[in-house]
Design a protein around this ligand. Sequence first.
Ligand code: SF4
Ligand code: SF4
Length: 389
Amino acid sequence: MTIDLGLDPDELATCVSCGLCLPHCPTFRVTGDEMRSPRGRIALMRAVETGAIEAGDEFVDAMDTCVQCRGCEPACPSSVPFGRLMTDTRVALAEQTSYQPWWRRIGYRTLGNHRLLLAGSSLLAVAQRLRLVPSRRLGLPARLPIRRPALRSSGCDVVLFTGCVMDAWMRDTHLAVQRVIESTGAGVTFLGAEGACCGALHDHAGLADQAHALAERVIAATPPDIPVLLDSAGCGAAMKDYGRLLGTRDAAAFSSRVLDVHEWLAADIDRLPEPTRVFDEPVAVQDACHLRHVQGAHDSVRTVLGRYVPIVELADDGLCCGAGGAYSVMQPELAAAIRERKVGFIDRSGARTVASANPGCAMHLQAAGLCVRHPLEIVDAAMRGLPLD
Ligand code: SF4
Ligand code: SF4
């Protein structure tokens, strides 16, 4: 099948095939397959773009198996914008082929209907209690919430963005993050159902129209001027990119207000109260790819968390854990193989608890039996004198 990827030839030409990115690519590390490396994928994009090959199954598989972790970008001496090339390739596939069938498009669309998502999630939780859902195989949290505690605004100094699936499954995390923000004296407000989904998963899937509509909706639902804080690395990376996604000045201005919550806290760390308790037991920090490789905000997690708990660094140079948004559902075998490497590094670190600032990574690692907490849940526990796990 011949398709027009619409990629910038100058951006494609920046890859000099040096291979320095290969050790930083999780799919190459677990398969050793050039076609599952950044260099191989770029070569395939070039070949399709020049008409040397068709966009057949081998091409689609090479693109589809990319986790979109963007670990290849900081490793690249030529600054190849791999994330953008991959996103644009998937948009072309979604628009010109059957890459995203109707049933998946409906599934993605459901994420944008927050009331429906919450109701569906509660039903799923009931089915889970009745043992009608293979939770382990689907990588679901062991006990989905049937009901959720209410989120109550405490002022209008900052927005805390709560997201779609994270709000349905991890509202307790948002409440812990809210308490930590409030401990600085700031009031927290929320966006409600109209601003619930950032569109990151839609963007990664190549569903540009849905991603655009959700981004516009989030911007419209957000109060002007105040910082927009995120406790999900994937959502934060997407919202910092709204300027590029929508190509408008308003969107760029909005993106400039978006901060990972650790960045906001670390920028003025003395606003946080002095620790009344510091845990003795060390915690391993798992850097979410979209916090480390995309936002470059991973050190802020250490600045904040390090006040309350000794931190252990993993010796894997920030290699992806294999969660990748919907990747662990779409590519379960590769996702599990990538995770196995991460679990090995965590085991060797000696830490019993892992801190991860991304809900997808947390769920993916929890499904492997690890104790994973959001960094600010650990901070909140320390502030309230509660145990670590
Ligand atoms: S993407 Fe960058 S690091 Fe990888 S082969 Fe191309 S130039 Fe080298
Ligand atoms: S984004 Fe991640 S999985 Fe995809 S090619 Fe780059 S390093 Fe590999």
